[in-house]
Ligand binder design. Structure first.
Ligand code: NI
Length: 168
């Protein structure tokens, strides 16, 4: 495994659409391993392939319940709403308030090409939306209702809670 360089918000790559994965081969497995290592090393909860300069529909996530790899993920349905703080490994030092669905149903392939469906809530639902947005070339800063600043007393408690595990 090897760490990959995380590209930052100034990079046009983050604005491009990712293409579907067609080959479930060793090269994909190596990329997935590298992405997980890179995410954990950066203390993130999610990482999408464009963030390591690969324009393919691949994301890795760990919201506290173990590593999830999603290849060619699709949002099947969403339900409800949550409003909360969000950050991104490609947007260092910033956070913002983003409205997301409370529940998300998604389908995706695993590293061997097998299809699965997942029903997620709360942080994992937020993370799936954030990461699949990356595959469309969208960043949370495009859709946040407002930036969160460190001296924002109102959000301080909430942000502190999410600070450790909110970067995706
Ligand atoms: Ni992100």
């Amino acid at each position: 495994m090897a760490l990959r360089k995380i590209v930052c918000i100034e990079d046009d790559l983050l604005r491009k659409k990712s293409r579907p994965v067609e080959k479930f081969d060793d090269k994909l497995h190596k990329l997935l391993d590298d992405m997980a290592e890179t995410m954990y090393q950066a203390n993130g909860v999610g990482l999408a392939a464009p963030q390591v300069a690969v324009l393919r529909q691949i994301v890795v996530m760990d919201c506290g319940d173990g590593l999830i790899e999603m290849i060619n993920p699709e949002i099947v349905s969403t339900e409800g709403e949550q409003d909360g703080p969000e950050g991104c490994l490609s947007v260092p030092g910033r956070r913002g308030m983003v409205k997301r669905p409370m529940k998300v149903k998604a389908r995706f392939q695993d590293r061997n090409g097998e299809w699965y469906e997942i029903e997620a809530e709360e942080l994992l639902a937020r993370c799936i939306m954030h990461e699949t947005d990356h595959l469309k070339g969208q960043l949370y800063v495009d859709i946040m209702s407002r930036e969160i600043f460190d001296d924002d007393e109102e959000e301080a408690e909430e942000t502190e809670e999410a600070a450790e595990d909110g970067k995706a």
